[in-house]
Design a binder for this molecule. Structure first.
Ligand code: DAH
Length: 339
């Protein structure tokens, strides 16, 4: 029996020695020291021993138990420290490593210029209103003095959804919608998307943006139109900027004008950018046609107004010297990152 006990101690020592995880240690503890363990099995046979042998073997058995317990304790502790060290090593943070670059977003050039324009008009007491992009023929054309047979329709290649529903080709539709529900004094701008069946190139896109403007009140003159646009352009392009009004024709204004901006590249002298004109075409404008006012229930004898439609892409390209409109839609980060 003494031999068996020594053997148990020897085996336990060996097995525990080669153990590397706490789960195996626990298994071994049960196997050697547990209620159904090897040591207990030996102790159960003690009754067969003589009265002199019993205390000697008992003492030996106790000492074997204590020794195994000690080994288990030491081993467990060693494993715990080893694992803690491993964990610490794997979780260590190297504070000297360079940090991750944080990408900071910024406004798209079209939005940046739109925001600027909105601020300028808000400062002049204008409201910002919006209208639907899917529009009826009535608001897009008819109410603007462009009946179905009107030749001016040909200049705007329209996407038709049905006979009487279109993707709006111009934000001028919002003029009508506004005058139907608001009475003078009216001072609004209406920015938004417009659609024309154009082929994509450096200056055309089937989707682009306009900013419509409308002012109706007593005694509004062409001078007010000039003054408003002159101020806008000076704020956008600098105080030396000059505009000029050139006679034109739009069915919904009388008189009508195209507004040109003095070429910011050559200052009016003429250069390749302005095709030697000294000026670049910027927007359409005019005094609201009396028929348009009347149709919206506003008496043209009492009130007059001016309106304009600015191409947002055009003023953005001028503002930043962008020479290809497609750059504004491709969302190439190398391009957008420059603004
Ligand atoms: N709707 C015109 C266009 O798309 C621009 C325009 C011209 C708007 C004259 C107006 C205006 O409000 O009075 O080309």
């Amino acid at each position: 029996m003494k031999e068996q006990l020594k053997q148990i101690l020897e085996n336990a020592r060996k097995e525990l020695e080669s153990t590397v995880d706490s789960k195996t240690i626990e298994d071994l503890r049960v196997r050697y020291l547990g209620k159904k363990g090897e040591l207990t099995a030996i102790l159960k046979q003690m009754g067969q021993l003589s009265a002199e042998e019993r205390p000697v073997v008992g003492q030996l058995a106790n000492s074997v138990r204590t020794q195994i317990e000690d080994i288990i304790k030491q081993k467990s502790e060693r494993i715990r420290t080893e694992q803690a060290a491993l964990k610490l090593a794997s979780e260590k943070i190297d504070v000297t490593l360079p940090g991750k670059d944080m990408a900071v977003g910024r406004a798209h050039p079209l939005n940046a210029v739109l925001e600027e324009v909105e601020e300028i008009f808000l400062g002049m007491g204008f409201d910002i209103v919006s209208g639907p992009e899917v529009e009826t023929d009535h608001y897009c054309f008819e109410a603007l003095n462009m009946p179905k047979s009107h030749p001016a329709r040909d200049t705007q290649d329209t996407f038709y959804i049905s006979d009487n529903v279109v993707l709006r080709t111009q934000t001028s539709s919002v003029q009508i919608r506004t005058m139907e529900i608001r009475k003078p004094p009216i001072r609004i701008i209406s920015p938004g998307r417009v659609y024309r069946s154009d082929t994509v190139d450096a200056t055309h896109s089937p989707l682009f943006h306009q900013i419509e403007g409308l002012v109706v009140d007593k005694g509004i003159t062409l001078g007010d139109l000039y003054g408003t646009l002159d101020l806008l352009m000076k704020k956008l392009y600098g105080k030396d900027t000059q505009i000029r009004l050139r006679p034109h024709h739009f069915p919904y204004t009388e008189p009508s004008a195209e507004v040109d901006l003095m070429c910011f590249n050559c200052g009016g002298k003429g250069c390749p950018m302005c095709k030697n004109e000294g000026y670049v075409e910027l927007l359409g404008a005019g005094m609201v046609h009396p028929d348009v006012l009347r149709r919206c229930g506003i008496d043209p004898e009492e009130y007059s107004g001016f309106a304009f439609g600015i191409g947002l892409e055009r003023i953005t390209m001028g503002r930043y010297g962008i020479n290809d409109m497609r750059l504004l839609y491709e969302n190439d980060m190398r391009f957008l990152g420059q603004f």
